[in-house]
Design a protein around this ligand. Structure first.
Ligand code: KG4
Ligand code: ZN
Length: 330
């Protein structure tokens, strides 16, 4: 099956071509316009998607050396995400599908992060997956394709959102996750003991208390102190976030008894998280899978693989396919 994947849920316009031989192209056009605002401006995101989507899709086809007529399905992100951004990708995909008589498949963006693990490796069940991105933090127990139970999710900020918002408080530019990760590698994680919410119980997450705690800490210590100790503070913040993630993943694996755990989403690039999760894998003797980094952050190859898995089950959509901004609003 040849699949064209299209992703536009947030601030990356992406298109990819997946064939039986693997991913032939994975084009990502990132929007730099938001950096000056310290966060994503939805209206600007939609406009930027609109400007680049046609070019991005064409580039994906060109690089894959395939034409649209060779595609067996078009997979597109249906949600969750920014409504205006989703509408651009969805309308574009519907137009392409209708005009060329190609079947359409709507894809859930968070599921796609999880199934990104199956882009380069064959699917394996059952598994526990920790998905950590800028918009979502979710622990899932899957027993079969598209049959899973959500074990826990965040009650407030997502893990990536926590990194980004705390980075803003520390004076770092958006998105701050990768920069905090880099700085943390030169710092002492035990420099300051930031709160690790809900560490001892259950499988839910909460990161907004940590954000407030860092804000008070910065206000109390002052700018000069923060700048002089940036590496140590970043290491301590990373320690707080990643230890909660790793502890809950360990608990979920133990409770479900699975032999495979998956990591997914942009935050799975975090080096401290990777170290901790690798230790969980060694301690419990459980296989750990993490997608290559280009499939961890927002991309369309993950949309294409999820679309393929749905298409193989005969799950196609029509021109009435609707976007959904939040999972719950579906
Ligand atoms: O999956 P993704 O590209 O987009 C969403 O679906 O949200 O994730 C982006 C998030 C951002 O919050 C970014 O700061 C975070 O992933 N991120 C990281 C790292 N690389 C990306 N956070 C911590 N450490 C990293 N190395
Ligand atoms: Zn994402």
């Amino acid at each position: 099956m040849n699949i064209l994947g299209i992703e536009s849920s947030c601030d990356d316009t992406a298109a990819a071509v997946l064939t039986p031989e693997g991913v032939q192209s994975n084009i990502i056009s990132s929007q730099l316009v938001h950096e000056a605002y310290g966060g994503i401006v939805p209206e600007l995101a939609s406009r930027a998607h609109h400007k680049t989507i046609s070019r991005t899709v064409q580039q994906a086809l060109d690089q894959a050396d395939r034409s649209l007529s060779q595609m067996d399905a078009i997979a597109v992100t249906q949600g969750p995400g920014l409504m205006g951004s989703l509408l651009v990708g969805l309308s574009f995909a519907k137009g392409l599908a209708l005009a060329n008589g190609i079947p359409l498949v709507g894809v859930n963006h968070i599921d796609a992060h999880m199934y990104a693990n199956f882009v380069s490796q064959p699917p394996v069940y059952p598994f526990v997956c920790l998905t950590v991105s800028g918009g979502h933090t979710r622990l899932v127990h899957a027993e079969a394709p598209f049959s899973y139970k959500v074990l826990g999710r965040t009650r407030d900020d997502a893990a990536g959102e926590a990194f980004d918002k705390i980075g803003k408080i520390l004076g770092l530019s958006y998105p701050a996750g990768p920069e905090i990760d880099r700085l943390a590698q030169g710092g002492d994680p035990s420099f300051h003991d930031f709160p690790k919410a809900m560490l001892g119980e259950g499988l839910e997450f909460s990161f907004s208390g940590l954000k407030t705690s860092v804000l008070y800490y910065v206000q109390e210590k002052g700018k000069a102190f923060v700048e002089a100790n940036m590496e140590n503070i970043c290491a301590s913040v990373s320690e707080a976030i990643t230890s909660v993630l790793a502890v809950k993943l360990r608990r979920a694996v133990k409770e479900t008894g699975v032999e495979v755990m998956l990591l997914a989403g942009g935050v799975s690039a975090n080096s401290m998280l990777r170290n901790k999760v690798e230790k969980v894998s060694r301690d419990l003797g459980v296989e750990l899978r993490v997608p290559p980094i280009e499939y961890c952050t927002d991309n369309a190859a993950m949309i294409a693989i999820t679309g393929k898995l749905k298409a193989m089950r005969g799950e196609y959509d029509g021109p009435d396919l609707k976007p959904f901004a939040r999972l719950e609003s579906r």
